[in-house]
Design a protein around this ligand. Structure first.
Ligand SMILES: [Zn+2]
Length: 317
């Protein structure tokens, strides 16, 4: 790949300048207190001393981001951001290790921090809106680590895996705005409470909601301008413009990519892999993002996020 001829993929200072231009278009801002006007230069390149009398801390462009206190040089960070943003299916830690010349452990931790940066913010505006269609659908992928008793609220009729199927598989729910973005969730149970809450919290009420005939969406569906369904059990997949093909398409991308590159992940990490696939889908070519623009969006997303090795590796995230 000759993509990496750019200086910011080659040396630390050029990488730092690139990240500064993305994070600080109007000049340095303290990553601890938000002070943007007052600061002092220090002897170390890229290091500033905050001029806010209540703060006075030193900071760099990585302060308050997933890159803070990392020993990996910044040009390798940019390469990691690029590789995970530009590879259609993602990149394994083993491949990342070889491409960057770092240890496996560093590559693993690096890739999880890049995924954290790719995660959409918690205050994202609702999807859809007047005249827009949002599809909601679930899929089953990979075995659960702990087997569960079948929930009384779990779907009792038709599932993609037969009657009450998927109970021992991991459940993924995705909301896809037709022609727009996706939000995916790893849930413990596909019941009307769990899915209702996700739909309610993420989709604007003025939207048209499209699902399959699954009765878990009936209740929450009433809160929307319209709730239209296709009856998959009757082999009905499209009726006029009613379908969940965008969600099915996204699940296909995720499964093909994941199975090809990562094959397997611990259940506790699944949400971060979903964030990675969501991110690439939401910054796809069709929406006007090329590889570099997508990479820099991920770098921008590193702001306000931290992920320690212990936290990345722990079950409580
Ligand atoms: Zn400060």
């Amino acid at each position: 790949m000759n993509t990496f001829t750019e200086p910011y993929f080659q040396n630390e200072n050029a990488a730092r300048a690139k990240i500064e231009s993305v994070r600080w278009p109007n000049g340095p801002v303290c990553g601890r207190c938000g002070e943007g006007a007052r600061r002092y230069a220090t002897k170390r390149p890229g290091r500033f001393r905050c001029g806010n009398p209540a703060c006075r801390k030193d900071y760099t462009v990585t302060t308050g981001t997933v890159m803070e206190s990392s020993h990996i040089p910044l040009h390798k960070w940019l390469m990691a951001f690029y590789l995970l943003s530009a590879s259609k299916k993602g990149m394994s830690s083993l491949q990342l290790m070889r491409s960057l010349g770092v240890t496996y452990k560093s590559a693993w931790f690096l890739s999880h921090r890049v995924r954290e940066a790719m995660k959409a913010g918690g205050l994202a505006p609702p999807m859809g809106g007047e005249g827009n269609i949002v599809e909601a659908d679930e899929t089953y992928h990979g075995k659960r680590e702990t087997q569960v008793a079948r929930s009384r609220n779990a779907r009792k009729t038709f599932t993609k895996r037969g009657l009450g199927g998927g109970a021992q598989k991991r459940i993924i729910v995705s909301l896809v705005e037709r022609g727009g973005s996706v939000r995916s969730f790893h849930v413990a149970s596909a019941d009307r409470f769990t899915l209702g809450k996700i739909v309610r919290e993420n989709v604007a009420k003025e939207s048209r909601l499209h699902t399959d005939e699954n009765n878990i969406y009936v209740e929450v569906g009433k809160e929307f301008v319209s709730h239209e369904t296709v009856i998959h059990s009757h082999k009905e997949y499209v009726r006029d413009d009613v379908h969940v093909n965008s969600a099915e398409g996204f699940f296909g991308l995720f499964k093909r990519g994941f199975n090809g590159i990562y094959q397997h992940c611990r259940e506790k990490h699944l949400h971060r892999y979903l964030a990675e696939y969501d991110f690439r889908y939401n910054h796809r070519q069709n929406l006007g993002f090329n590889d570099l623009a997508r990479t820099l969006s991920a770098v921008k997303g590193a702001e306000g996020k931290r992920l320690t090795y212990r936290k990345a590796n722990s079950a409580i995230v």
